[in-house]
Design a protein around this ligand. Sequence first.
Ligand SMILES: O=c1ccn([C@@H]2O[C@H](COP(=O)(O)O)[C@@H](O)[C@H]2O)c(=O)[nH]1
Length: 244
Amino acid sequence: MGSKGQVLAALDTVSVNEAVDWAHKLDGAVAGLKLGLEFYLANGQLGYRRIAATGLPIFLDLKLHDIPNTVAGAVKAIAPLQPAILTVHAGGGLAMMQAARESAAENADKLNVKRPSIVAVTVLTSLDDNDLKAVGQAAPVSDQVKRLAALARSAGLDGVVCSPHEIEALRADMGEDFLLVVPGVRPGGAASGDQKRVRAPGDAAKAGADYLVIGRPITQAADPRDAASRIVLEIGSVLGQSGH
Ligand SMILES: O=c1ccn([C@@H]2O[C@H](COP(=O)(O)O)[C@@H](O)[C@H]2O)c(=O)[nH]1
């Protein structure tokens, strides 16, 4: 993990065996794996450890969103797992994000392990301007993403989750060191499904994404490793490098 435009494969399944199978197939083809609510709620820390045993870095996308004390406790509970990246919802507010950051640092110190990067989900990639209006947010998505990214930075977080549409604006505002973790990525011809703010992998990488989080276009492909390798090749050719 480190250079820009790296692919994290989202292993969205309740089956440990299926996730382990994908992880082995994708080892060496992607930079890391994403485990989210679906997998974690079904399999918990034991399931997580089965996937982490593959040795690939894990993006634990639990999107924590609660009062500060509860989120701090959740971050503490997760600390022994040592994910590379952990998500909270920026909509939880400044104090909640600060509590997450402080808990991550404190508990990593206690356990003498590396703390996870904490990134805040801004506006889900499945939402557009109309969806925001429907929940009472008048601002366009682009303004709301910028506002929440600035709040996340004030809270001392390492970066945000945003859609590929907001990468250029956030890079310009936040600089090079602020992590941009980007789902809503679709290679040519792939179905958008429930994603509303999407872009091609090469374009998202060129725009300055650190990590591209890609699930179904990889896991639902007839050959997941080949699908991932094609995406990495596309990114490499756009960035002028050989891959992740
Ligand atoms: O705003 C967000 C935040 C997280 N995600 C997660 O990314 C993957 C995308 O999967 P696809 O199959 O490529 O659509 C999925 O695990 C989401 O939970 C997101 O899509 N949008």
